[in-house]
Design a protein around this ligand. Structure first.
Ligand code: MRU
Length: 353
């Protein structure tokens, strides 16, 4: 059985509640963009591509169940709803990228009197729905490019990898980004061992990546975040592969907090460090990582786990993401169009929109 974070058929959207994993596998329905916003904010769904897909599909469901009077009122409704969805989590660029793409489509449809409101609505719904299938194809391409690059440039099989956070089926429509590369290596019998970090404070690695690796029968071990450098020294690691929430014009990458320190250690140990992400994570309008808004999460996510207090009553600093400078992304940025050095990414991706 394949792991599926998102189930959709026209008018009906269900997501796997990732707050309950790995103990409970429970899907629940989202009926509109308010439900979509709340699921994203609470991190019942998380991971940059999955956030965008769930946001957009929540809009598709809302539109399916709404009557629209005119194309111009439809345009206004869609623009407002998209802005609202983008506001749920500010760092990942995929929802914002989808919003600007969908806005461009509705603006085009609203020009002139060529479309009836219901026809325009259906066209937008289809556009939103297309993201689900498209994302799986993107990830499969990306997985293949990443694995071939690693094997062709740096490593002989069996390849041992460190990954951070969760970038798999639960963070995407399926297959995954960094985990997609790992999955491709496994499918082609080139994978050795995977080390996944716990990914404190929210434990995406311990709860979600570990769950996915077990589900796929991948030979893997969980490590504490603080064990990453020791693991590089001791365990014959061939590469670090992580995902990204936003890649800027100069090739800096925002990803889950802790990514940058792993990249620093990888540079010290001369281990290639890769960022795997779809084009929609690339944000050419943001010049560098300095300009990325980093989401701050509630202190309670650090100080307790499932309601059990694990820290003293101290003030916390809890940024959800950090920025890895381009110069530390030594392996390259793996995309569905190929693997690029960070400084090339703008030129290689800008005409692909
Ligand atoms: O806070 P999260 O769980 O949404 O953070 C997720 C990550 O940082 C992932 O590495 C990133 O979104 C890429 S998912 C393919």
């Amino acid at each position: 059985m394949t792991l599926q974070a998102i189930r959709y058929s026209r008018g009906c959207l269900e997501i796997l509640d990732q707050l309950l994993l790995p103990d409970e596998t429970k899907y629940f329905s989202l009926h509109d963009t308010k439900d979509g916003w709340s699921a994203i904010k609470k991190m019942q769904v998380r991971g940059a591509p999955a956030i965008a897909i769930v946001g957009c599909l929540s809009l598709a469901v809302e539109l399916t169940n709404s009557d629209v009077e005119s194309v111009s009122s439809l345009k206004e409704l869609i623009e407002n709803k998209l802005d609202y969805l983008v506001s749920a989590r500010p760092t990942a660029s995929n929802m914002a990228e989808a919003a600007s793409r969908i806005k461009a489509v509705i603006r085009q449809l609203a020009k002139g009197d060529d479309y009836k409101a219901e026809d325009a609505k259906l066209m937008i719904i289809k556009e939103l729905e297309g993201m689900l299938e498209e994302d799986i194809n993107i990830n499969k391409n990306l997985g293949k490019y990443g694995a071939e690059h690693l094997l062709g440039t740096y490593a002989k099989p069996p390849v041992n990898i460190i990954t951070h956070c969760n970038t798999g089926s639960l963070a995407t429509a399926g297959y995954g980004t960094a985990l997609g590369v790992i999955r491709y290596l496994q499918e082609n019998e080139k994978l050795g061992h995977v080390y996944c970090t716990e990914t404190r404070p929210y434990n995406q690695g311990a709860r979600l990546t570990a769950y996915e690796l077990l589900h796929e029968n991948i030979d893997a071990s969980l490590i504490c975040d603080s064990a990453a450098a020791a693991c590089m020294k001791e365990k014959n690691i061939h590469a670090v592969i992580v995902g990204a929430d936003r890649v800027t014009a100069n090739g800096d990458a925002a990803n889950k907090i802790g990514t940058c320190q792993i990249a620093i250690a990888a540079k010290y140990y001369n281990i290639p460090f890769y960022v795997a992400c779809p084009r929609s994570t690339f944000d050419p309008s943001t010049q560098s990582g300095e300009d990325i808004i980093i989401e701050q999460r509630p202190h309670a996510e650090m100080t307790s786990i499932k309601g059990i207090k694990i820290a003293a009553d101290i003030n916390c600093w809890n940024p959800a993401f950090d920025v890895t400078p381009a110069e530390l992304i030594t392996g390259g940025i793996i995309t569905e169009y190929g693997v690029f050095k960070p400084h090339e990414v703008k030129q290689r991706l800008q005409d692909k929109a």
